[in-house]
Design a protein around this ligand. Structure first.
Ligand code: T1G
Length: 694
């Protein structure tokens, strides 16, 4: 067994170091070695205090999530270590840096004193994996910070910074530098003054009535168990029991709830999403030591909403940006949007005024594209006009410095063509950001046939640097997300023509878990934007020979119903509030009659969900068959981070396996026979159809 826990003695203090890269996860080997080390130190006559610290980038960041799939957690359970810490006669100090999370924070709570460096953050994020703290967190945390703070931390799963942790009593001291030396000094003083342990589990605890009432209100406001609230509800219920049950009994109840949650579909989906996001960053057959191109400066062509949002994404990561546009008016508007965005962040105390000023100062605007010539990465973010984009890539091929990476933010156009226009195709790829680009984390990285491996690797690494979740897509219309969206929107419009209303469709899909239904989504993104994409597809001959295909969005567009920004689209808007609009329903009726909807009928929410989601999922199978996506998990990452797919369902491809591929294929067969399949809308991809034979 590798040596993961070592000890160094300084005077009367023993410093225990855990070294289990990359995040010092609490594996069985770590637990075995840590427990035996603590037992030895307790016996040591020349030791009066202990410090537990971690090597590398962070204090223990949690249990090893891969152990969740084991039938039983390999001994010793973290609770055994924590019970031993409770029994020790010598004070133990946790010295924390990085992100102390989950079992790492539970270990620290079982220590007797807690110190940290100024940049440290703390959390119990277990609910984000569909479980609850399973090693005493629900019982020790309230004893330290009170019921309210504990319920908020545990049910939200968010990290708190060292300053807040100090203020709440979670930690005892923050050191600006030299954590190791300061923690040692802290322990030496404990030893020197013969200060004994402070054992949280021995602390009697009873929250006052007001705190209990708050906790119960918090519980009632959580989503239902089958809509992402299962683990959160158990986490809060376990926390509320702190002080109401004898400590050991409460630990057993916590463990019971943890095991209950661990085996749910919600938890399996969330754990899948966690690892899928990290796997998506890995490019198959890419040598681990692939050289990356340096990216120290970024140029963006096009200062519209997308270009401005992209500029802020880079400024947020500390990278200087030159934002270029031919129109001075556009540049002025962009400058205003940048300033107002950061002013709002300061007002909401998301960042200091100084930090906002730093980021604003990183973005320079210009109308002269030659100023981009020295940039390491240049992103084209003009509107979706292919001829203009081609001209820009020809220009970039002339002015950009050798070795610069050239990217297009296009949401659907053929990046291979842009690459060839540039005259340096190996340097070109797509970077499809999602609006608002400085907030949405998804980045579809589109690899052209000619993109050089180091260019792809560089951009995948850069994505992490700008806090984006990247997934690689091959070149096809709509890449991964928008291509799968087609069937979803097609069926939405057919359902409208058959008698469903926008609110019925949206509520059916939002009730199923989507963050926003299709009609509200298009109204918000712009009916005109959606209609232009359909018209562009029809012009390029990419649509089925079916005049009724997405005819509704075209009719709304023709009538100036551009969506929320125009006050009406699929809905009428009172402020930002969507309201059913008789004149829109009339358009749906007209189109239904014109395209042969003999009689409008009552449609169930289940039919809406199946009619919209199954073609979306089927397209995902085709995307995998064609090699457009490397893995099914990459497709899930796209939908979880770019389209509001419910995380507790794991993404469309994970959901397909959990609901059963046979169920989906059989439903598609039913729709094909009930509705006809003249245009292949209900064709079942081969890799999905095999479920029918199995
Ligand atoms: N278990 C196993 N592997 C983990 C891991 C974990 N807890 N955390 C990270 N990894 C892997 C990750 O898959 C990746 O692997 C590598 O480490 C770097 O991670 C009993 C039961 C700590 C903020 O939920 O939030 O404790 O892709 O790319 O961006 O109550 O990792 O390189 O092969 O994310 O710097 C609670 C989960 C567990 C924390 C670092 N803890 N991790 O982010 O690196 S449940 C968590 C994170 C628990 C107890 C319960 C982040 C990070 P690879 P990374 P990062």
């Amino acid at each position: 067994m590798a040596q993961l826990v070592t000890v160094a003695q300084t005077g009367l203090v023993a410093v225990v170091t855990i070294a289990n890269p990359p995040v010092n996860a609490s594996t069985q080997a770590v637990r075995v070695q840590l427990l035996s080390t603590l037992r030895q130190l307790e016996q040591g006559s020349d030791i009066r205090a202990v410090v537990i610290r971690c090597a590398g980038r962070t204090f223990m960041a949690g249990a090893d999530i891969t152990e969740f799939d084991l039938p039983e957690l390999p001994e010793p359970h973290p609770n055994e270590i924590h019970a031993y810490l409770d029994s020790m006669s010598k004070p133990v100090v946790a010295a924390m840096h990085g992100t102390t999370l989950g079992a790492g924070l539970e270990l620290a709570l079982s220590c007797h004193y807690r110190v940290a460096d100024a940049g440290a953050r703390f959390g119990l994020p277990e609910v984000k994996l569909g479980v609850i703290p399973g090693a005493g967190g629900t019982q020790r945390l309230p004893r330290l910070v009170g019921l309210l703070t504990a319920v908020q931390m545990i049910s939200g799963g968010e990290m708190v910074p060292a300053s807040q942790a100090l203020e709440s009593g979670l930690i005892d001291a923050v050191f600006e530098d030299d954590l190791a030396g300061s923690a040692l000094q802290y322990a030496l003083e404990l030893a020197g003054t013969e200060t004994g342990p402070r054992v949280l589990s021995h602390r009697t605890f009873s929250a006052d009535e007001a705190q209990r009432i708050f906790a119960k209100q918090h519980l009632e406001q959580l989503p239902p168990p089958d809509r992402g609230g299962h683990a959160r509800r158990h986490a809060v219920e376990a926390t509320i029991q702190a002080g109401q049950l004898p400590f050991q009994e409460a630990l057993e109840e916590e463990r019971r709830r943890f095991l209950l949650c661990r085996d749910t579909d919600e938890s399996k989906a969330l754990r899948h999403a966690f690892f899928a996001e990290r796997a998506a960053a890995r490019i198959p057959n890419m040598p681990a030591n692939a050289s990356l191109r340096p990216i120290q400066s970024v140029g963006i062509i096009g200062a519209g909403t997308m270009g401005t949002g992209i500029a802020m994404s880079f400024a947020n990561a500390g990278l200087p940006v030159i934002l270029q546009d031919l129109s001075e008016e556009t540049l002025t508007r962009a400058g205003g949007l940048i300033r107002s965005t950061y002013e709002t962040a300061v007002k909401k105390q998301r960042m200091s005024a100084a930090e906002a000023d730093r980021r604003i100062a990183l973005i320079h605007t210009t109308n002269d594209d030659l100023q981009l010539a020295g940039c390491d990465l240049i992103i084209e973010a003009v509107f979706e006009d292919f001829d203009i984009k081609k001209a820009i890539f020809r220009r970039l091929g002339e002015i950009a410095r050798p070795g610069a990476i050239l990217a297009s933010n296009t949401s659907s156009l053929d990046v291979n063509v842009l690459a060839s226009c540039s005259g340096r195709a190996a340097d070109v790829l797509g970077m499809h950001f999602f609006s608002p680009a400085h907030i949405m984390r998804l980045l579809e990285v589109v690899r052209c046939d000619t993109t050089a491996p180091d260019v792809l690797a560089t951009i995948m690494q850069l994505a992490k640097r700008i806090n984006k979740v990247a997934a690689v897509s091959g070149v096809c219309f709509g890449f991964i997300g928008n291509r799968m969206l087609e069937g979803y929107l097609r069926e939405t419009e057919f359902l409208l023509m058959e008698g469903a209303t926008p609110s019925f469709i949206d509520q059916a899909l939002e009730g199923w878990g989507m963050a926003m239904g299709p009609c509200r989504m298009i109204d918000m993104a712009g009916v005109d934007v959606a209609a232009k994409v359909v018209l562009e597809q029809r012009k390029a001959g990419r649509l089925p020979d079916d005049d009724s295909y997405r005819i509704v969005v075209q009719r709304l567009y023709e009538r100036g119903r551009f969506g929320q920004k125009a006050g009406h689209g699929y809905y009428r808007y009172e402020g930002r509030q969507p309201v059913e609009d008789e004149s829109a329903l009339e358009i749906f009726r007209e189109q239904g009659e014109q395209y042969g909807v003999r009689q409008r009928r009552d449609i169930t929410a289940q039919e809406v969900v199946e009619r919209c989601l199954y073609p979306l999922i089927a397209e995902g199978y085709r995307i995998l068959e064609e090699g457009i996506a490397y893995r099914a998990g990459d497709i899930d990452v796209v939908w979880l981070h770019g389209y509001g797919f419910p995380s507790y369902r794991g993404g469309p491809m994970f959901y397909a396996r959990s609901v059963g591929e046979h169920t989906i294929a059989a439903a598609m067969e039913r729709f094909a026979s009930a509705r006809g399949n003249r245009y292949g809308y209900w064709d079942i991809p081969e890799s999905l159809a095999k479920a029918l034979i199995a």
